[in-house]
Design a binder for this molecule. Structure first.
Ligand SMILES: Nc1nc2c(c(=O)[nH]1)N[C@H]1C(S)=C(S)[C@@H](COP(=O)(O)O)O[C@H]1N2
Ligand SMILES: [Mo]
Length: 417
């Protein structure tokens, strides 16, 4: 086989179709300078003459890969967060090293051999479990998104707006989480009559105590000790954390050390004022849980620059705290008309879903938007509709449609339309 030819026949057909000078896409690609024609590239060194690097006991990415989390200032919710570079993400899994982070008491150093989980309160047999004991129990793995309810909050009304999708939407990530159903632990402990809630507490300086209703606990909550095939990173809750599918990031208590079974929500700091939603009448809504359907185009997105007219694949992520993403539409005229994007498999409940749409950019200014519909039929709203209901101060839980303007020079900007 000639070395310049990809071994996979299907791939070579695709390449011919996209690169062939006879097709519109191929011509556009060539003029768009996305791929220089083969003859313009320098001949590669002969790799068979260069000895490669030795193996590494623990993997690292190529030094040419530079994507990093960015950290907010110190002044608000996002100030305690580090943002995932969604513009650089591929597929639906966030590498653990780029998973977003929010913590208010720093990242504790926990020796798993000394760590314990206490389960007490309205149970027949209070129990103290080691990490080792928890890892021996029947396990389960699920691909699930986490999203901080402060994600996208600056888009509500604050200035300055985020310039990139990392700043506007980077407080969401998606991992495969492995652990044991909390229902199993509670059944072992014996749930008493009248037990309708739990309070979960972390082993960091903030504690981050949260009340979770028993119906949710018994349905799908996990005590996780695995993230993307290994133990969670310290930043993400090593060695144990609560995973509450589809619900606000804050309730996913990290460094889990205590579960108290109780008969009412305890209205802890984080149940209440720490995470409440302020309404126009001055009242605030406590115990907010579900992350509603949301989507965002990650490419093209703010701060990127298109290299001229031609073929592009519009790419993005969609998710819903109520289960499956059913549909994602893309608008190329600021929301007047919409086209269905393709959903890339796997499409999983409570997970990021990748959407894609082929696009031929004609070089004129255009506003791109995406709109997600979930399995309940709920359609992602525009910001104006959210503000009508919640007023101007309610910056948490902003799941509004995001607009990116592609200017004629190819630069991409965050705009409100
Ligand atoms: N113990 C503890 N759990 C915590 C927090 C914390 O500060 N301490 N932060 C919460 C918040 S606000 C969010 S959004 C998620 C973030 O999880 P991650 O850092 O793994 O992305 O963890 C939640 N669990
Ligand atoms: Mo959060």
């Amino acid at each position: 086989m000639s070395p310049s030819r990809p071994p996979d026949d299907k791939l070579s057909t695709t390449r011919r179709r996209f690169l062939g000078q006879g097709t519109a896409v191929g011509a556009a690609l060539a003029t768009g300078a996305a791929w220089a024609p083969a003859q313009a590239q320098p001949a590669p060194d002969d790799p068979s003459k260069i000895l490669g690097n030795p193996v590494r006991p623990y993997g690292e990415r190529s030094p040419f890969e530079q994507a990093v989390r960015t950290h907010g200032g110190k002044t608000d919710e996002v100030g305690v967060g580090s943002f995932t570079p969604l513009d650089e993400s591929l597929g639906i899994i966030t590498p653990s090293s780029l998973h977003y982070e929010v913590h208010r008491g720093g990242v504790p150093d926990i020796d798993p051999a000394k760590h314990r989980l206490l389960i007490h309160g309205l149970v027949d047999r209070p129990v103290v479990l080691s990490v080792e004991e928890i890892r021996r129990l029947p396990s389960t793995s699920r691909i699930l998104f986490l999203e901080c309810q402060g994600n996208t909050q600056k888009e509500w009304w604050r200035k300055p707006k985020g310039k990139t999708v990392q700043w506007t939407h980077g407080l969401t990530s998606c991992s495969e989480w492995t652990g044991v159903p909390l229902s199993l632990l509670l059944r072992e402990a014996g749930i008493q009559k009248g037990a309708t809630w739990i309070v979960a507490e972390g082993a960091d300086a903030s504690g981050n105590e949260r009340s979770v209703p028993m119906a949710k606990v018994m349905n799908d909550v996990l005590v996780a000790y695995g993230q993307n095939g290994e133990a969670p990173r310290p930043e993400n809750g090593y060695p144990l954390r609560l995973i509450v599918p589809g619900w606000t990031g804050n309730i996913n208590v990290k460094w889990l050390r205590r579960i108290k079974v109780v008969d009412r929500p305890y209205l802890t700091r984080m149940d209440g004022t720490g995470q409440s939603v302020l309404l126009p009448d001055g009242k605030s809504r406590h115990l907010n849980f579900v992350m509603e359907a949301k989507s965002v185009i990650t490419s093209p997105s703010g701060g990127q620059r298109l290299g001229g007219p031609g073929f592009y694949e519009i790419r993005g992520l969609a998710w819903s705290g109520r289960g499956l993403v059913r549909r994602v539409e893309v608008s190329m005229d600021a929301g007047t008309t919409w086209r269905d994007a393709g959903l890339q498999s796997p499409v999983l409940p409570f997970a990021h879903t990748r959407f894609r749409l082929d696009w031929q950019w004609d070089g004129r200014e255009v506003v791109l938007q995406s709109r997600c519909t979930d399995e309940t039929g709920y359609v992602q709203p525009v910001l104006a509709d959210l503000v009508k209901v919640r007023g101007l101060n309610s910056h948490y839980f902003n799941n509004a449609i995001q607009s990116w303007k592609v200017a004629a020079d190819g630069s991409v900007h965050n705009v409100h339309v």
